[in-house]
Design a protein around this ligand. Structure first.
Ligand code: ARG
Length: 271
């Protein structure tokens, strides 16, 4: 009798234990679906390499990013340095083709792209953008004395002017839309597009205004037209669902704008 009682007791204990375990499981399951947990997740800032803020750029875009010796300097490089400092991270810059930046961000090999990159609806489908830290204008570079006098000449009925652009930029995307792929030649860097203009392979180059100024200053016989092609906003791109990083970068850019740091950096490079 005692044996049977003991056995029953043991079995009851096992059943209780299973019930408790099942309950525990349910508890955890409930916790992970609790919306307050999403907030907790937001707080944890993780980066691709611990302790570092890895930034992708294309360093042939003065004055935003360019080489001085083997160091990448410029407006974006300096702003990124300040952002990293605010986040308590060390900045590391990876130079790559402009075209590859968004992929590097979405694939998670870098934390953000900062490359004088324009916020566009199409890009917003694959990445998030921070608040804007600068504005840009797509300008038209021609040879001195060119028949192209204003942006209207490019749109004119029967016009067949050839346009050089940097591959994957807004200049590229808009020009292909506006003038058709046949009239647009894509170059890997802005420098190459400008060389093509000098060599006569294209009739104009459409590129962001500040690099345009730098290219014109570095090469004889080029001018920028008074009429511009498009107005844009520059921002950092960050992988979607990386809310903690987006929030931290937005706060940093906001603070650096408020305290005049960004304005001072821009003024240092754009006289
Ligand atoms: N603003 C243009 C765009 O977003 C051109 C940016 C090119 N930047 C660079 N670092 N090469 O498409």
């Amino acid at each position: 009798m005692k044996k049977i009682l003991a056995l029953m007791l043991a079995m009851m204990m096992i059943v209780c234990c299973f019930a408790a375990c099942a309950d525990d499981n349910k508890g955890t399951a409930n916790e992970t679906t609790d919306p307050s947990d999403a907030e907790n997740k937001e707080e944890v800032l993780t980066t691709v390499v611990e302790g570092k803020l890895t930034m992708a750029t294309n360093a042939y875009f003065p004055p935003y990013e360019y080489y001085e010796g083997d160091k990448i300097i410029g407006i974006d490089a300096e702003i990124a340095e300040k952002v990293a400092e605010k986040l308590g991270l060390e900045l590391e810059i990876k130079d790559m083709a402009f075209e590859s930046i968004i992929t590097a961000v979405t694939e998670g090999s870098v934390d953000m792209g900062l490359a004088g990159m324009t916020v566009t609806d199409e890009r917003l489908e694959s990445v998030d953008f921070s608040i804007s830290y600068a504005s840009g204008v797509q300008s038209i570079i021609v040879k001195d004395g060119s028949a192209i006098k204003s942006v209207d000449d490019l749109y004119a009925e029967g016009a067949n002017y050839k346009v050089g652009v940097q591959l994957g930029t807004t200049g590229d995307i808009y020009c292909v839309d506006d003038f058709g792929a046949d009239r647009v030649t894509q170059y890997t860097t802005g420098n190459e597009a400008v060389s093509a203009l000098i060599g006569g392979a294209v009739d104009c180059v459409i590129i962001d205004n500040e690099p345009a100024k730098a290219f014109v200053a570095a090469n004889e016989g080029l001018v920028i037209l008074d009429t511009s092609y498009a107005d844009e906003d520059y921002a950092a791109c960050i992988a979607k669902e990386n809310d903690a990083l987006l929030k931290a970068i937005n706060e940093a850019i906001y603070d650096l704008t408020e305290d005049g740091t960004i304005e001072a950096i821009i003024a240092k490079y754009i006289k």
